[in-house]
Design a protein around this ligand. Structure first.
Ligand code: BGC
Length: 719
């Protein structure tokens, strides 16, 4: 009987594999057949932009253009074919999804997948084949203007989210374009800086999410970054594109340049770039247009190389625009709004609740002062980064009114002026950090009359923007003065911060008892926030990056490697990025990686591994129990960190190797199990140029944040 079952399973598996490979072989034949009918000129038409967001097709052979659009916050509004102005469509209002660091703060790959599905469905409704998302460059340096777009400082958290958002997008036959490959970690000088980074740091910190998104997420496209890595532009970096991405990781898809990120024809063509994209024409003059045709004719680029690129593009098309059963998609639906809400409500991080003011006890509250520009501001667009023409966006004030307005009087005061524009010069923006005393007086007068004051501060999409980095970690717009004044006027002041990157919260942390972090949280951001304040949602967001006490504590500042000298940013900290740096150097952060409170408490017991000794290739099965010892149902993010004892090489004090978000009912205990592959504990030996699983003793830490270790056990890896 047993053998019969095994026999049938084997037949089933093999027939499955062969059906799949038969399909791939058939596709290969089809692609080769099309290629044989194409002229060199037609092939080259497919390798460069023919408008802002499309590259050429071959009408004679019914090959359509390849269309793309930005992400990551949602499908960007339709712009004109040849300039960045709105096309003034009435059918492109979309769902605004929470920003990247908000998604990362959910610590929930299921949310990343849901995000992807919405992006894919909306892209289809707009007939976009490639979505320029997700973006997950490592948050190396807290000032980076695109931190809000990216996920995390940790490669493992990054990877788990990247895999799922790619899978979600591509489940709709839309290509994800993972970006920006690689080591594009600052906006200042982004299109000229040469990033010097050792191979170990690339492999252990900057590559993992790209590798995972390619190998486990099967990402169809990759965007090369603007900067240079170790002396070569990312768009013509043979090591990055040919050796690592295509040959080593087996990437089958298409490498697309960042917009205007190509510098040479021959070097880019021979180093693995497939499509040149950019902003303005004349398109036939671009590196991958006429000059490429000439380079082929003069023998500097082979026809085989060109064919390779065209084959990749056709392969991509057969998985997207020309795929069978291509879905029609849908845009800004109630179901999409539900996803935006779900992500937002899992992303909000409760930083402090010392007075147990939250959740607000609705019956006792007769009046609420909602104060601050961010209470009425929307975040779907602004600055230089891609935005969304949101069908709607619930502001904090609207959310609070809808959840508390029936039982309490809600009044608003502006509190501060957000006088900063990403398109203005520093001189024009001067003074935007100054408080406005008359607005503060008005806010104080209001706060004195209400039971509760909710201060909505932070930054906005102008202040955090693509194309520039922040100058410092300070809260903008004189917000601290407003916080001090309102806190003195009303003992029940709640600080809500909407921003996408670390800020200096030293004073607030010292002087305020209630602090909530709420991101640029999408179409339903205000509803999710109000539900957290009300206790309809128990906060379960955890910080995806460290908030340092001071900028000078952070690695790039401490080592004086930002923004770099002579256009060279030397990543001297190597693998010690984020908490790996702070932990290893014994520097206390203000808020650590993985931090976030709940309205309940969780107790950890019974941490165990299934064996005491493992070998390379084994799986470590880790189990523990989590009890909800409070009275609120809630989700805990169980974090597993691993640490090599007495390593022969420099290793971070600990590294995240697994995590799981679980819901536990009050007084219930949940059994949690997670697996860690022994091979994932390897370090990269830059001299030998290979991964080494070091034998010896390891510690495994079960933690509620990177600094809140609840349980510890150890295991051994044998040779
Ligand atoms: C950004 C990309 C974006 C592209 C197209 C570039 O400036 O770096 O992330 O996808 O523009 O808008």
């Amino acid at each position: 009987m047993k053998y019969t079952i095994v026999f049938f399973i084997t037949i089933f598996l093999f027939s499955g594999v062969s059906a799949q490979s038969k399909k791939e072989i058939a596709l290969k034949t089809k692609i080769n057949n099309i290629l044989s009918k194409m002229t060199l000129k037609e092939k080259i038409e497919m390798l460069h932009g023919n408008a802002l967001f499309s590259s050429g097709g071959v009408p004679r052979l019914d090959i359509p253009e390849l269309t793309c659009d930005d992400g990551p916050l949602g499908v960007r509004e339709e712009i004109k074919r040849f300039d960045w102005n709105s096309a003034n469509w009435t059918t492109d209002s979309a769902t605004f999804l929470p920003n990247g660091s908000a998604i990362a703060a959910t610590w929930n790959p299921v949310m990343a997948n849901k995000y992807g599905v919405v992006i894919g469905e909306e892209a289809n409704a707009r007939k976009k084949n490639v979505m320029l998302a997700p973006a997950f460059n490592i948050c190396r340096m807290p000032l980076c203007g695109r931190t809000y777009e990216y996920y995390s400082e940790d490669p493992y958290l990054n990877s788990q989210l990247a895999i799922q958002s790619v899978k979600g997008i591509q489940s709709q036959h839309v290509a994800a374009c993972i970006k920006h490959f690689a080591a594009n970690n600052q906006e200042l000088n982004r299109d000229s800086v040469n990033t010097l980074v050792d191979e170990r740091a690339l492999r252990e910190i900057y590559f993992p999410a790209f590798k995972a998104a390619v190998q486990q997420g099967n990402a169809y496209t990759v965007m090369s970054a603007y900067n240079k890595v170790n002396g070569y532009w990312c768009s013509e970096n043979d090591f990055l594109l040919n050796k690592v991405l295509k040959n080593e990781w087996g990437f089958k898809g298409v490498v697309i340049s960042d917009w205007g990120g190509v510098h040479h024809t021959v070097a880019a063509a021979n180093s693995g770039l497939d499509i040149e994209m950019g902003s303005s024409g004349p398109y036939e003059q671009w590196y991958f247009a006429k000059p490429l045709l000439e380079a082929v004719k003069s023998g500097q680029v082979s026809v085989k190389t060109i064919d390779g690129k065209v084959k990749r593009i056709l392969w991509l098309m057969y998985h997207t625009s020309m795929s069978a059963n291509h879905p029609n998609g849908s845009i800004a639906t109630p179901a999409h709004a539900k996803t935006a809400y779900a992500i937002a409500s899992e992303s909000i991080v409760l930083l402090k609740n010392d007075a147990h003011l939250l959740p607000l006890k609705v019956g006792n509250i007769k009046s609420i002062a909602v104060i601050g520009d961010n209470a009425t501001r929307t975040f779907a667009s602004g600055g230089h980064g891609a935005g969304v023409k949101a069908k709607y966006e619930i502001t904090a004030l609207e959310g609070i009114k809808s959840r508390f307005g029936k039982t309490a009087e809600i009044k608003f005061a502006q509190g501060y002026k957000a006088n900063y524009s990403a398109s203005k010069t520093d001189v024009q923006n001067a003074g935007s950090d100054q408080p406005d005393q008359s607005l503060i007086n008005e806010a104080v007068a209001l706060a004195k009359t209400t039971d509760i004051a909710i201060l909505c501060i932070g930054s906005n999409r102008e202040y955090e923007s693509e194309g520039h980095d922040r100058k410092n970690l300070g809260l903008p717009f004189g917000e601290q003065a407003l916080v001090n004044a309102v806190t003195a006027a009303n003992p029940n002041t709640i600080i809500v911060i909407m921003a996408g990157a670390p800020y200096d919260l030293n004073e607030i942390r010292k002087s305020n008892h209630t602090i909530v972090w709420a991101w640029f949280n999408g179409s339903e951001g205000g509803s999710a926030l109000a539900d957290v304040l009300k206790g309809v949602v128990n906060p379960s967001g955890r910080l995806p990056f460290t908030f340092p006490v001071s900028l000078k504590d952070s690695p790039a500042s401490a080592l004086n490697t930002y923004p770099g000298n002579n256009m060279t940013a030397d990543y001297k900290e190597g693998i010690l990025v984020g908490y790996r740096w702070y932990d290893t150097k014994n520097i206390n952060p203000l808020y650590c990686f993985g931090y976030g409170l709940s309205y309940t408490n969780f107790t950890y017991t019974g941490l165990a591994t299934n064996k005491k000794t493992y070998s390379p290739g084994d799986k470590i099965m880790v189990s523990l129990k989590i009890k909800n010892s409070g009275s609120f149902a809630g989700k805990e993010v169980v974090q597993l960190y691993v640490c090599k004892m007495n390593s022969i090489v420099l290793r971070p004090e600990k590294e995240l190797k697994a995590f799981k978000k679980i819901m536990v009912a009050p007084a219930e205990t949940a059994a949690v199990s997670m697996n860690i592959d022994v091979n994932d504990l390897a370090y990269f030996d830059s001299k030998l140029r290979k991964w080494i699983v070091e034998p010896g003793q390891y510690k495994i830490l079960a933690a509620s944040s990177s600094k809140d270790i609840r349980q510890m056990t150890s295991f051994h890896i044998s040779r």
